[in-house]
Design a protein around this ligand. Structure first.
Ligand SMILES: [Zn+2]
Length: 109
């Protein structure tokens, strides 16, 4: 049995980048790639790619900017209440609903 990995980041979250060239930047999670343990974050880890006409459907030759996936361990959720990157945990409500919460202030996030 392989262990189930729970990621604490999901699509649409506002996160802060903890490491790398975009360290300190805050942005929104565009996509989570669970198999890779990575996420694509808006305007974070942007790489320039040179394109030739016809390659991967490119209509124009030139340079395009591509958001490269960043490892989830390098991201932290920004708590709207604390207004900073925080650790999160999970807990269950009385009706059994699983919710994520900020370990700093206790707010559901
Ligand atoms: Zn908080």
């Amino acid at each position: 049995m392989s262990p189930v990995v729970h990621y604490r980041i999901k699509r649409g979250d506002t996160v802060e980048v903890l490491a790398g060239k975009d360290r300190g930047k805050r942005s929104r999670v565009r996509q989570v790639l669970p198999k890779e343990g990575r996420a694509i974050v808006e305007n974070v880890n942007v790489a320039k790619r040179h394109l030739k006409v016809g390659v991967r459907g490119a209509r124009q030759a030139g340079i395009v900017e591509v958001e490269m996936p960043i490892h989830i361990s390098n991201l932290a959720l920004v708590c709207p209440r604390c207004n900073k990157a925080v650790r999160t945990g999970y807990r269950f409500l009385e009706d059994g609903t699983k919710v994520r919460y900020c370990k700093s202030c206790g707010e559901q996030v």
